[in-house]
Design a protein around this ligand. Sequence first.
Ligand SMILES: Nc1ncnc2c1ncn2[C@@H]1O[C@H](COP(=O)(O)OP(=O)(O)OP(=O)(O)O)[C@@H](O)[C@H]1O
Ligand SMILES: [Mg+2]
Length: 287
Amino acid sequence: MNAIEITGLCKQFSGKRKTKVNALKGLDLTIETGEVFGFLGPNGAGKSTTIKCLMGLIRPTSGTATILGEPIGSDASRVRVGYLPENPAFYDYLTAEEYLQFVGRVFKMPEALLNRRSEETLKQLELWDARKRQIRSYSKGMVQRVGLAQVLLHDPELYILDEPMSGLDPLGRALVKEIILDLKKRGKSVFFSTHITDDVEKVCDRVGVINKGQLLVVESVDTILQRGVEGYTVLVMNADGKQEELLIGKADLQVFIEHTVKNRQSIEKIEPRRKDMEAFFLEIVAR
Ligand SMILES: Nc1ncnc2c1ncn2[C@@H]1O[C@H](COP(=O)(O)OP(=O)(O)OP(=O)(O)O)[C@@H](O)[C@H]1O
Ligand SMILES: [Mg+2]
C-alpha cells in the first residue's frame, strides 16, 4: 500500500466577480510508504491547496486521492496522519502542555501514553521550559514548534507537513531536518512542502516540482545531484611536493587520472562540482 495516491486532482477556486482560479490542474502523484518526499514550488504553485485537499479541509473540484489506502475526507484517512498546517493557529490561551493534552484526547490516546509522549515531544522541540506558559506569549518560532509537537504526539505513520521549516531559526531548521531523518529511519512516510531547496537536498528521497497547479517533474534527489555534476575539482601533489588544484571536465576525468599516475604525481582529493538543487529548481520553473 502506498502512503499517498493522487489521481487527476483538480481544484478551481471562485474569485471575485466570477473569476476562476485553477489552483490544481490534474495532479497525479504517488508517495511510497517509508519515503521522504519534498513538494517544491514557488509561492502560489498549489502546494497548500494539494495538502488541504489531502486532509479533507477543502474538496477537490475533480480527481481522487487516498491516504494509507483510505479515501481522502474520511476519518480513517486522517487518524494515522500527523498534519502541520501552513499557518498553524492554536487556542492560544492554553499552554503548550494543555494544548497537547487536548490533541491527545482528540486522538483518543490512553492517559499514561499521552503524558509520556507529551513530555517527550515538548523536550524534543525544546518547549519544555515554556510548557506552562500560554501559547499567546510564544514567539513565532515557538508557535511553529508547538505545531510540530502536535504532529509528533500520537506517533502517526504518515506526516503531511506544509512548510515545516518556515519561521524557524537555523537551529530550529536543523532540528526539523533531524526529526524528519529520524522518522525516516523508523520507517515513517513524510510528505512536506517547501520552497527552500536546501531542505529538500538534505532530507528527501524524491522531490516533485509544482508550478501553476501542474507537476513539472518528479525525480530522486540522488539522480538530480548526479546529473548536476559538471566537472571535478582535483587536488594534485606534484613531484616537488607542491599542491595544485585543477578543474577537470566531466568527460576528462579518466584520462586525467591515468596521466597523473603515469607522471608519478599523487591525487590528494577529487570533489565533484555540481549544480545544486537550487539551480535545478530555478531551471525547471523557468522552463
Ligand atoms: N480560498 C481560495 N480562494 C481563491 N483562490 C485561492 C484560495 N486558496 C488558494 N487560492 C489560489 O490558488 C493558488 C495556489 O495557492 P496555494 O496556497 O496552494 O499555493 P502555495 O503553493 O501553497 O503557495 P505558498 O508557497 O505561497 O504557500 C494561488 O493562485 C492562490 O491565490
Ligand atoms: Mg502554501
